[in-house]
Design a protein around this ligand. Structure first.
Ligand SMILES: [Mg+2]
Length: 252
């Protein structure tokens, strides 16, 4: 296998099961990988979500290796690195208040015009302000996987919502995250953008980067990574990813 200095991962469904924490095994594998590689994690989630699913469970014996970890929450609209024991933003493309209210009203209009009904009961607030991104979780932010997997398995509901939202939001990107989420960021911010940012920040070329994700097919929320020209490796789930990491570590 070609040698890669930098391995980038999607979070949900790739390093961890949806909205769940990484396993102890995954923590061990990531810590070993961080000893010899740069590791980037790119997800639609907020930094707080990274904390819950990844950072709070990443127990590296040598915390020095965390300096090789690069976090891209909200699809790459921010980058955090570990400096002086704190996750420190390198950049953050924050939405303005005016942009946020425009996005919220586009969502309301999309619901009334598309005829798509949100599921009941709702599990917590639907709209979440992630600073650089607004995320709408159709079933509510605290919804169990069982409620989420039945709502929009073929993405048709979210496509109908997006069709109404897009013309109302020129200059913004509307993408799908997780099983029921709709993410809105400024246009051009996606996993390819995050790959560009890591290349610039580390002064590396695309041929030394591998991206690993569970949704790399067209229409999937990792598909944009392919556009960046980095090597993309599809995985089925987190245990598939664990196998791949073991292989990378054993090949040095
Ligand atoms: Mg995923």
């Amino acid at each position: 296998m070609q040698t890669f200095s930098t391995i980038a991962f999607d979070l949900d469904g790739t390093l961890a099961e949806s909205k769940s924490a990484i396993t102890e095994e995954m923590s061990g594998l990531l810590c070993s990988l961080l000893g010899h590689h740069n590791v980037a994690v790119v997800s639609g989630g907020s930094l707080q979500q990274f904390q819950k699913q990844l950072l709070g469970h990443l127990a590296c014996q040598n915390p020095e290796v965390l300096r090789n970890l690069y976090l891209f929450p909200t699809n790459g609209s921010a980058l955090y690195v570990y400096k002086d024991n704190i996750w420190t933003p390198i950049y953050q493309e924050l939405l303005t208040d005016a942009e946020k209210s425009k996005i919220l009203s586009a969502w309301d209009k999309a619901l009334s015009e598309s005829g798509v009904a949100l599921p009941t009961p709702s599990y917590g607030p639907v709209a979440e302000d992630r600073g650089t991104q607004i995320t709408f979780s159709a079933c509510g932010q605290e919804a169990p996987i069982s409620a989420k997997e039945v709502w929009d398995p073929d993405q048709k509901k979210r496509m109908a919502i997006r069709e109404v939202m897009l013309p109302l939001l020129p200059g913004f990107a509307v993408s799908f995250g997780g099983m029921t989420s709709v993410d809105v960021t400024r246009a051009g911010i996606d996993k390819a953008y995050a790959m560009e940012k890591i290349m610039n920040y580390l002064h590396i070329e695309k041929d030394v980067i591998m991206f690993v994700g569970d949704k790399l097919d067209p229409g999937g929320n990792d598909f944009a990574a392919r556009r960046s020209g980095v090597t993309c490796i599809p995985v089925a789930n987190a245990s598939d990813t664990a196998k791949l990491i073991r292989k990378i570590i054993s090949e040095g």
